[in-house]
Design a protein around this ligand. Structure first.
Ligand code: C5P
Length: 229
């Protein structure tokens, strides 16, 4: 499975705990590759919405997931990272709430998850990979060199989401955001296949009262203590 020459760090946890930001900062700090596995579920969801495929149509969704025409373009000095789906830039389209909801519905389908599995494992290349998601440490990279499980209280995650939306000039309702977050957690934690849960050997981190920099320092400290870096 994971080649020890291509070490993998996994960061799992519920939406809004800061996984994405931390995974990208950690990957930058280490000079390693980055896998935003949620983006693959969101891309499959967006492709399904664009092609009018229903969330229950496992057969077609699994073909879509297996044949996603997608390119990830890394950030450079002058430009942000880009995701190109069927020739179109979709980085902001896949972040929409409705795409996230559809992603979490189709993520319950075993054959869709299976279709995305090899694609995710292929990201483990030299010099190493930081992978963020829900089942990185439990299913996709069970022999990762270090596994983190990042949580934060639901109210704090809703508050952060509200802040992000405000910065984009979008007005949001706190109670609705909170109930969406709780519903998404429920669905992710209670699905039969690859449910959201910490791996037995995961290091638990709660970001509710910590800044991103504080969480990043703790992750790096753990990696130093274990002789990984
Ligand atoms: O992390 P993000 O919010 O982008 O993920 C969108 C949805 O994709 C999640 O709610 C979850 O249902 C699904 N997902 C998953 N397994 C992963 C990553 C994301 O099931 N490894």
């Amino acid at each position: 499975m994971t080649n020890p020459k291509n070490p993998v760090v996994t960061i799992d946890g519920p939406g809004g705990a800061g996984k994405g930001t931390l995974a990208s900062l950690l990957a930058k700090e280490l000079g390693w590759h980055l896998l935003d596995s949620g983006a693959l579920y969101r891309l499959t969801a967006l492709a399904a919405i664009n092609h009018g495929v229903a969330a229950e149509d496992e057969e077609t969704l699994c073909v879509l997931a297996g044949h996603l025409d997608v390119r990830f373009v890394a950030a450079t000095e002058d430009s942000d990272a880009q995701i190109i789906l069927e020739g179109e830039q979709v980085e902001s389209a896949i972040r929409a709430e409705e795409v996230g909801k559809m992603a979490s519905r189709i993520a319950t389908l075993p054959r869709v998850r299976d279709a995305l599995l090899q694609r995710q494992r292929a990201f483990a290349e030299r010099p190493g990979l930081v992978a963020d998601g829900r089942d990185m440490g439990t299913v996709v990279f069970p022999d990762a060199v270090i596994k983190f499980y990042l949580t934060a209280e639901a109210e704090e995650r809703a508050r952060r989401r509200m802040e992000q939306l405000k910065q984009k000039g979008i007005d949001a309702n706190f109670d609705r955001l909170l109930s969406d977050i709780i519903a998404r957690d429920e669905r992710d934690m209670n699905r039969e296949i690859a449910p959201l849960k910490p791996a037995d050997d995961a290091i638990m981190l709660d970001s509710t009262r910590l800044t991103i920099q504080e969480v990043l320092s703790r992750m790096l400290d753990q990696m130093r203590q274990q002789g990984i870096i």
